[in-house]
Write a protein that binds this ligand. Structure first.
Ligand SMILES: Cc1cc2nc3c(=O)[nH]c(=O)nc-3n(C[C@H](O)[C@H](O)[C@H](O)COP(=O)(O)OP(=O)(O)OC[C@H]3O[C@@H](n4cnc5c(N)ncnc54)[C@H](O)[C@@H]3O)c2cc1C
Length: 295
């Protein structure tokens, strides 16, 4: 189908983009990679009267380590994350995640910021970011230099399907992930009907060890609820243990119990719950193997 008509704006700076959002009001939308927004516009599920294209804001396209965090600019493309040496070496969970998103054509355009800002529980980065305890940097109007900035925990960002903590006049500018330290490992596992599809379900696991025992665990699930789901009880079940196969079994059962799948063309509720259990177990095992030096 053909989208409704809209006016197109291409601001040269972030502050200009924020100003436009404020001036144009409720019917204005940010355009990043366009691979969620344009399909919705074609189906007339979204009918913005103004598109504010932020593809010219090259200063939002970066991956860098700073002050104890990995900082990813909102306009960083999935393909950039997928091919980054820094990511492959120190944050392989992000490579795991990017490379199972859609197909190479989509990944060349789709942005990490857009994947999170869209608030789609079927998207893959949200669960990964929850497991990693990421923070989201948001810029809005006001402030001394023309842009008020706030940073919120990823757990406070997702409010419901396609609903986030972003105000209408705010732009997500950066995602911050604490640097891994000591013995740690993380991964993302996804089951899809065919290559390029959204997840039937997905599971992210990030483990930190103190000696032989797990000192902290992050576990989060994709597409089995209205938002990504943090599996708190599964995390708690791992902390203080050696993450033995019994511990993994118990934690993955707890993760399946907290999932809220809905039966649809991707499978029944029972099937998806079973998938969550298996993917969580595999994710925990791989995270442990990586912490122990495996790949
Ligand atoms: C065929 C196909 C298959 C796909 N499969 C998957 C998949 O398997 N897994 C997956 O995770 N995704 C998948 N996607 C979605 C894809 O990854 C999207 O591109 C991504 O979710 C959104 O990123 P974007 O940069 O394209 O954002 P856009 O489509 O440009 O924007 C999406 C929404 O977020 C808002 N937005 C974007 N950036 C910002 C920002 N910086 N600040 C504030 N608001 C912002 C926009 O206004 C819009 O409402 C698929 C897409 C297609 C077309």
């Amino acid at each position: 189908m053909i989208p409704g008509s809209f006016d197109y704006h291409a601001p040269a700076t972030l502050n200009e983009a924020i100003k436009l959002l404020g001036e144009l009001g409720e019917d204005a939308k940010i355009l990043a990679g366009g691979h969620s927004l344009i399909p919705m516009m074609k189906l007339r599920l979204a009918e913005p009267t103004n598109l504010i294209d932020i593809n010219g804001l090259s200063d939002l396209n970066y991956i860098k380590e700073e002050n104890g965090y990995l900082c990813i600019g909102a306009m960083t493309r999935e393909a950039t994350l997928e091919t980054s040496d820094l990511i492959a070496e120190k944050y392989p969970i992000l490579k795991d995640t990017s490379e199972v998103i859609a197909d190479p054509l989509v990944r060349n355009m789709a942005t990490v910021g857009g994947n999170i800002a869209h608030g789609d529980p079927a998207n893959d980065h949200p669960a990964t970011m929850v497991a990693l305890g990421a923070e989201v940097v948001i810029k809005g109007p006001g402030g001394i230099l023309g842009g008020r900035e706030r940073t919120i925990a990823i757990d406070d960002f997702f409010k419901g399907p396609l609903m986030t903590a972003l105000e209408q006049n705010e732009i997500l500018t950066e995602i911050k992930i604490p640097n891994p330290n000591g013995k740690s490992g993380a991964t993302y596992k996804k089951l899809e009907r065919k290559v390029g599809d959204y997840a039937i379900a997905g599971a992210a696991a990030a483990l930190q060890f103190d000696g032989d025992n797990c000192s902290s665990a992050g576990i989060a699930l994709t597409n089995v609820g209205p938002t990504p789901i943090r599996a708190t009880e599964a995390q708690d079940a791992l902390v203080g243990t050696s993450v033995s196969s019994d511990d993994i079994d118990k934690a993955s059962e707890l993760a399946a119990a907290v999932a809220q799948p809905v039966g649809d063309h991707r499978g029944s509720e029972e099937y998806k719950r079973a998938v969550v259990k298996i993917l969580t177990a595999r994710a925990i095992q791989t995270a442990k193997d990586r912490a122990e030096g495996g790949s």
